[in-house]
Ligand binder design. Structure first.
Ligand code: MG
Ligand code: MG
Length: 254
């Protein structure tokens, strides 16, 4: 390896199968939680439900204990971008809630975040959710052997710009494997044709975090939760995918 070159693991078929199983447990946990995401439930209750569900599926929560993170889920409400702590706070009509789930199965991880609406949300928030989810799809469309990591971020940030949304730059996607966060970084901005080359068998999480207002953020007193400085709402959608011969396969989907 040359100086400055980064190590990106190419996964074997056997490993991809285990990553697929981990990803499917993450997907199923999202589906299991969905009916509970209603006005009146506490976010710590959602955390308890998810933890029990992950354990029942012979997996372990990837985030609990990761660099000292204390919970199974990251639950981020409204102006919280990522890494929110589950708490006794109850969901209210009009909230938007991002649930980020990681699960580890036989040593391999899956990682997927989704933003959900609680009851009826504002038109502005509806658009934020719609366009952030779409920006994930737009980014994923760039994933194929021969393209580069910068192509993904370029597509996401161009789409966000066209819809007048901010791109949080301090946080990014990442490789996924026997660690939940591996090389390479997958930023949500970039230049076309730059960055590491995508190759068949690479596994990455793509995860745009977009804001209604300024993308400037700060870290809360708990040293984890990332919040928008202007307190505008943020959304976050994430899939773990594997690069295939001619595109990609979503590992955290159905
Ligand atoms: Mg995540
Ligand atoms: Mg991630």
């Amino acid at each position: 390896m040359k100086v400055g070159e980064i190590m990106i693991t190419i996964r074997s078929e056997r490993e991809i199968d285990l990553l697929r199983k981990a990803g499917n447990i993450v997907y199923k946990t999202h589906q299991y939680l969905k009916p509970f995401i209603k006005e009146g439930i506490t976010t710590i209750k959602l955390n308890e439900l998810a933890e029990a569900f992950i354990l029942k599926n012979n997996a372990t929560p990837s985030f609990k204990g990761y660099e000292g993170f204390p919970y199974t889920l990251c639950i981020s409400l409204n102006d919280e971008v990522v890494h929110g702590f589950p708490s006794t706070r109850t969901l209210k009509n009009g909230d938007i809630i991002t649930i980020d789930i990681g699960a580890c199965y036989k040593g391999y991880h899956g990682d997927s975040a989704w933003t959900y609406q609680v009851g009826n949300i504002s038109k502005e928030n509806e658009l934020l959710l719609k366009h952030t989810e779409e920006s994930l799809n737009i980014g994923l469309q760039q994933v194929k052997p021969g393209n580069r990591i910068g192509d993904i971020g370029f597509a996401i940030s161009e789409y966000a710009k066209a819809h007048h949304l901010g791109v949080v730059k301090e946080l990014c996607g990442h490789g996924v494997g026997t660690n939940v966060h591996e090389s390479p970084d997958v930023p949500n901005y970039g230049k076309k044709g730059t960055g590491p080359l995508l190759r068949e068998g690479m596994v990455i999480a793509v995860e745009p975090m977009l804001t209604e207002g300024s993308p400037a953020i700060y870290i809360a007193d708990n040293d984890w939760t990332v919040i928008t400085q202007d307190h505008s709402c943020a959304a976050h959608y994430e899939h773990t995918i594997v690069v295939t011969k001619d595109g990609y396969e979503i590992l955290t989907g159905a």
